[in-house]
Design a binder for this molecule. Structure first.
Ligand SMILES: Nc1ncnc2c1ncn2[C@@H]1O[C@H](COP(=O)(O)OP(=O)(O)OP(=O)(O)O)[C@@H](O)[C@H]1O
Ligand SMILES: [Mg+2]
Length: 58
C-alpha cells in the first residue's frame, strides 16, 4: 500500500470523528491546562515514535 493511500500515513492528524482512546493522556494534558489557567507554571512534553499520534492527541 502506498503511503498516500494508507489510513495510517503520518503527518496528518486523525479526523475528530475517528479519534479513539488516549483518555489518560487527555486527562493529564487537561489538568496541565487547568493549572496553567490558575496561574501555575506548567510545561508538558508529548513524545513518541513517528506516526504514534502526537499531533492527533494535541
Ligand atoms: N487517537 C487516534 N485514534 C485513531 N487514529 C489515530 C489516533 N492517533 C493517531 N491515529 C492515526 O495515526 C496517524 C498518525 O497520527 P499523527 O499524525 O497524529 O502522529 P504523529 O505522532 O504526530 O506523527 P509524526 O511523528 O509524523 O508527526 C493518523 O493519521 C491516524 O490515522
Ligand atoms: Mg505530528
Amino acid at each position: 500500500m502506498s503511503p498516500e493511500s494508507s489510513l495510517f500515513t503520518p503527518g496528518q492528524p486523525v479526523p475528530f470523528e475517528f479519534f479513539v482512546g488516549r483518555v489518560q493522556e487527555i486527562e493529564r494534558l487537561r489538568s496541565l491546562v487547568r493549572a496553567a489557567a490558575r496561574g501555575k507554571f506548567k510545561i508538558g512534553f508529548v513524545t513518541g515514535e513517528r506516526g504514534i499520534g502526537k499531533t492527533s492527541l494535541l
